[in-house]
Design a protein around this ligand. Structure first.
Ligand code: DOR
Ligand code: ZN
Length: 394
């Protein structure tokens, strides 16, 4: 990747120079058809545009660290730039009880590089048999920051998720009572609902009824991908907020499908139309405190991505801050990046903003990100937006 990126002069009109062709070979380029989509996101270069910004150390409000050899490999990628992260519990078997979360937290801490300034924020995986007392005890102890709702079958390792929402009503009521946040994977799983409509239908059929039935329940709509979700958050009160991923700010469904399928852009919820991406960019860069970063960085090995039935997940932990600086600069909104990446999330989770800071600098040469990271389970390909990233964390 660096060699290819180096051939591209900074700030040329972005044309997806590094998108793989249908062969899936990342060294093949696919220059033309998608270029138009990028015109809006080309950073404006003006004499007064800042080239160096300092933010409170950001947090990632949604990340998959996995376990074992994969955890060992991906944790340093998150711990490098982020102070804290909400750790997704969709292991096999899932992190269901407070005891499971204690054990997982300890494995994460043991895998942290020496001297890392990083704290994992643990979540529990909501099942139809979750014990409200266990969850409340985990929250009271300070360990559990949120509970994750996966509709059964919605995504990777969601088989133990919820089928009958009435069965979790007592747990949700307890959560509302104690102020514990529900993180929601917002997609219905009905086979007759088109995959591109599943988020919007979830809001109407599941989320809105749950929220009406459970006043005071704090909810994070995770990795929102539609204008419908942005509008829904805006129309409601501060108990509701949404995380937005790096990749959903940068790709739409054409990037995934036009000119050959790009397995490394496949995730759930799947990227939507350009109008939805634009709504996400607008929300993220607006300064509205209800929108914050949750990368949903979700590593899968290349063999598992580049397969007849490829896994959903985009791995963006390594270059997320460079990507975000690009997006915010393109919107003339670098001054809103601290809110999105460092301040709005803690406000929603009622935690202090990190005291440490990071500095991002715009370079004249593209930042040298690797195409892949190596893990004990195999290579994991890094999110590649298709154009050079000029910002890097210094
Ligand atoms: O793309 C995704 N990957 N979406 C999810 O909801 C789960 C995640 C994973 O665990 O791989
Ligand atoms: Zn996720």
């Amino acid at each position: 990747m660096p060699q290819i990126a180096a051939q591209i002069k900074p700030l040329v009109r972005a044309v997806h120079p590094r998108l793989p062709r249908g062969s899936g070979d990342p060294s093949q380029m696919q220059p033309a058809a998608l270029g138009k989509l990028r015109q809006n996101s080309e950073p404006a270069m003006t004499a007064s545009a800042p080239t160096r910004i300092t933010l409170p150390r950001p947090d990632d409000w949604h990340v998959h660290l996995r376990d074992g050899a994969m955890l060992q490999a991906v944790l340093p990628e998150t711990a490098r730039d982020f102070g804290r992260a909400i750790i997704m519990p969709n292991l096999v078997p899932p992190v269901v009880t407070t005891a499971d979360a204690v054990a997982y937290r300890d494995r994460i801490l043991a895998a942290l590089p020496q001297g890392a300034d990083f704290a994992p924020l643990m979540t529990l995986y909501l099942t139809e048999t979750t014990d409200p007392d266990d969850l409340a005890a985990g929250f009271a102890s300070g360990l559990i920051q949120a509970v994750k709702l996966y509709p059964a079958g919605a995504t990777t390792n969601s088989a133990s998720g919820v089928r009958d929402f009435d069965k979790v009503r007592p747990v949700l009521e307890r959560m509302a009572e104690i102020g514990l946040t529900l993180c929601v994977h917002g997609e219905v799983t009905d086979s007759d609902i088109d995959i591109f409509d599943r988020e919007a239908v979830f809001i109407d059929r599941v989320l809105d009824p749950i929220r009406k039935a459970t006043p005071g329940l704090r909810v994070t709509m995770e990795h929102v991908t539609t204008k419908n979700a942005v509008d829904y958050v805006r129309a409601n009160d501060d108990d509701l907020a949404a995380s937005i991923t790096t990749h959903h700010l940068m790709i739409n469904r054409n990037h995934l499908l036009v000119g050959g399928i790009k397995p490394h852009y496949y995730c759930l919820p799947v990227a939507k139309r350009e109008e939805h991406r634009l709504a996400l960019v607008e929300a993220a860069t607006s300064g509205d405190k209800r929108f914050f970063l949750g990368t949903d960085s979700a590593p899968h090995t290349d063999p598992n991505k580049l397969s007849e039935c490829g896994c959903a997940g985009v791995f963006s932990a390594t270059n997320t801050m460079a990507c975000l600086a690009h997006v915010f600069e393109a919107e003339g909104a670098l001054d809103k990046l601290a809110g999105f990446a460092s301040e709005n999330g803690p406000a929603h989770y009622k935690l202090p903003v990190n005291q440490a800071t990071i500095t991002l600098e715009k370079q004249t040469d593209p930042a040298p990100f690797p195409a892949q990271i190596q893990t004990g389970e195999g290579p994991v390909t890094l999110f590649n937006p298709g154009y050079p990233l000029m910002w890097r964390v210094v």
